[in-house]
Design a protein around this ligand. Structure first.
Ligand code: ZN
Length: 174
């Protein structure tokens, strides 16, 4: 599947695009930390002029991952919004990850690498299946509670040193 947006004949203004990515998209990349997933990707392509574009990505879907606590596989809902500025000019690669320089001969933007990066930015540090009305596996919870000396099992990730840690990723919502 192609993830390219041609812009030469595009009128100035904002144009909506829709893409979907699934297992194949991620399994084609060996380093991917995401294996099974479905994401709807909406891209608002704002052509400011012939050389300046702004792409707003909205990713929404789920990753099929094992729970950190009970190891049950579950669908982790993910959603996030990212903005990429694109400038057409012959220049060395931009240091700013939110800014892409496209060579002047280019006639389309390939957004697949950005979808891939943004998808990984949505992967939380902690993946726990107990969300909404779904409870983490009760037998495993009992075992974890038994071997945990702390009083807040829902926030604890035990490791081999017996320490605990919590981490909240900063929201990527704009
Ligand atoms: Zn679980």
């Amino acid at each position: 599947m192609e993830y390219r947006i041609p812009f030469l004949s595009m009128k100035e203004g904002t144009h909506p695009y829709h893409f979907e990515v699934g297992d194949d998209f991620f399994s084609a990349r060996e380093a991917s930390l995401i294996k099974a997933a479905h994401l709807d990707v909406d891209v608002a392509f704002d052509k400011r002029d012939d050389h300046h574009f702004e792409l707003t990505f909205h990713l929404k879907g789920h990753y099929h991952v094992p729970c950190d606590r009970c190891l049950d596989e579950f669908d982790l809902p993910v959603e996030g919004r990212f903005v990429l500025r694109v400038e057409r000019k012959d220049a060395p690669p931009s240091d700013d990850e939110d800014l892409l320089y496209l060579p002047l001969y280019a006639h389309e933007v390939d957004i697949s690498e950005y979808i891939y990066q943004y998808a990984h930015m949505l992967m939380p540090f902690r993946k726990v299946c107990a969300m909404g009305d779904k409870a983490c596996d009760p037998e495993m919870e009992k075992l974890i509670a038994k071997y945990s000396s702390q009083s807040h099992p829902h926030l604890i990730k035990s490791d081999s040193h017996g320490t605990s840690e919590t981490q909240d990723l900063e929201s990527t919502e704009g």
